[in-house]
Write a protein that binds this ligand. Structure first.
Ligand SMILES: Cc1cc2nc3c(=O)[nH]c(=O)nc-3n(C[C@H](O)[C@H](O)[C@H](O)COP(=O)(O)OP(=O)(O)OC[C@H]3O[C@@H](n4cnc5c(N)ncnc54)[C@H](O)[C@@H]3O)c2cc1C
Length: 390
């Protein structure tokens, strides 16, 4: 029997995970992993400011026969089942996985061309090399705070431009406020207001000019879905539309990670989270589907970060405002410890836990896993509180 030709486009966390799962789980497979940048751990880019090497060791892939090709894919020919690349010509496939990720979105305000993203290691190398003394960061997401922390680590002054509140989609309102207070104490400046425009020497927020040598846009991402779009694959907004196993509208093509939609196990609806945790789970699901297995693993939105060594921020599933928007009747239970403030969010009619967000001084990893399990299993708030307190 001929080996199965699996071609993966994109060597970010999703592509690398898919390549590794393929050689582990598909018996006779030939994997080509095509990527246009160095292979590294994206969520660790801020450590580049400390001179750390964040490259991902791929020797386990190569020693298991994965061919890593530094190239850019430009076109998919679905009839011929082949991928056109810039330098390596046409590459035939039996199955294709698109793991092309996403790029930072530009603000809609005039002057967006003056902004830079914060997604690639080159973005941190640029900060370290050019040392822009004052840096405006548009957006209040986890990524914006990574950028702010990187600036502080490099001795630069970050101004975070916030339209509503910090990490709005993942934190309860009180936690956003408390997080801002803690980060202010550690030297991050915040400017609240609506971005009007961006000039070469910084943005204008409401009526105020925020002077900056560099403006970073951290307002979200835009999926790299052009290959799929040009090949006529179905999209969901700008993302490649996939089923729960990651299969696109062409059963020979899968899409995983930031380029595709995902499924929220809480609402059981199609959604988009843009997280590495989701990309790795989707990689696993797509390889299982190619192998012929049914079913798919699922995970809710789950994020955990540490800023300035002692500001731990965690979030799972829904906040109460987001839960309300999604049609739940959310209630909260506050959990206060000496070192921690947390909120469990549950749906009142059923008592089912649907979210959690927390701010702490140290790691409370066991609690996150407990809540994660509770959310996935649909456990009741009373059961979760009992488990946490025991
Ligand atoms: C600062 C920061 C912190 C983060 N923190 C966390 C965190 O704590 N937890 C978490 O879960 N997630 C985190 N994330 C998000 C996480 O990094 C992304 O969700 C994850 O990288 C998505 O992986 P991916 O493989 O789908 O895409 P990507 O990592 O974007 O990789 C896609 C790759 O494909 C390449 N590519 C695109 N088009 C082509 C083409 N035509 N040909 C060849 N190659 C192509 C791209 O250049 C890129 O190398 C963070 C992100 C950032 C920026």
């Amino acid at each position: 029997m001929c080996p199965l030709n699996l071609v993966i486009v994109g060597s970010g966390i999703g592509g690398v995970a898919a390549a590794w799962d393929a050689v582990r789980f598909i018996p006779d497979v030939k994997v080509k992993l095509i990527g246009d940048e160095d292979i590294y751990v994206r969520h660790k880019i801020r450590y580049v400011a400390h001179g750390l090497d964040i490259s991902l060791d791929t020797s386990h892939l190569e020693s298991n026969g994965v061919e890593i090709i530094r190239d850019r894919a430009v076109k998919i020919d679905r009839n011929k089942r082949s991928l056109q690349t810039e330098r390596s010509g046409e590459i035939p496939y039996d199955y294709l996985i698109l793991a092309t990720g996403a790029e930072p979105s530009k603000p809609k305000a005039p002057g967006a061309e003056f902004t830079r993203g914060f997604r690639r290691k080159e973005d941190v190398e640029y900060l370290a090399r050019e040392k822009p003394q004052e840096v405006a960061i548009i957006g209040a997401s986890y990524v914006a705070l990574h950028a702010a922390q990187t600036c502080k680590d490099l001795g630069l002054l970050p101004y975070v431009i916030v339209r509503s509140r910090l990490i709005r989609k993942s934190l309860e309102p009180e936690l956003s406020e408390e997080l801002e207070r803690r980060l202010k104490e550690r030297g991050v400046e915040f400017v609240h207001g609506k971005l009007q425009k961006i000039e070469e020497d910084g943005p204008i927020v409401d009526e105020r000019k925020v002077r900056a040598d560099l403006t970073i846009s951290a307002i979200g991402v835009k999926p790299n879905s052009e290959l799929a779009k040009d090949a006529g694959l179905e999209l969901w907004w700008d993302n490649v539309k996939v089923d729960q196993q990651g299969r696109t509208s062409d059963p020979r093509i899968f899409a995983i990670g930031d380029v595709s939609n995902c499924y929220d196990p809480i609402t059981k609806r199609i959604d988009y989270f843009g997280l590495g945790t989701i990309a790795t789970i989707m990689a696993y699901n797509s390889i299982n589907a190619i192998k012929g297995s049914k079913g798919a693993l699922r995970t809710p939105r789950y994020q955990k970060d540490v800023f300035f060594k002692d500001v731990y921020v965690k979030s799972i599933g829904f906040t109460s405002p987001e839960a309300e928007k999604a049609g739940f009747t959310p209630k909260r239970k506050e959990i206060r410890g000496e070192e921690e403030i947390a909120y469990l969010v549950y749906d009142e009619p059923t008592g089912r836990v649907i979210g959690y967000s927390a701010l702490s001084k140290g790691d409370t990893g066991y609690k996150d896993l407990l809540v994660l399990k509770a959310v996935l299993r649909g456990m009741k708030v009373s059961e979760v509180l009992e488990a946490i307190q025991s």
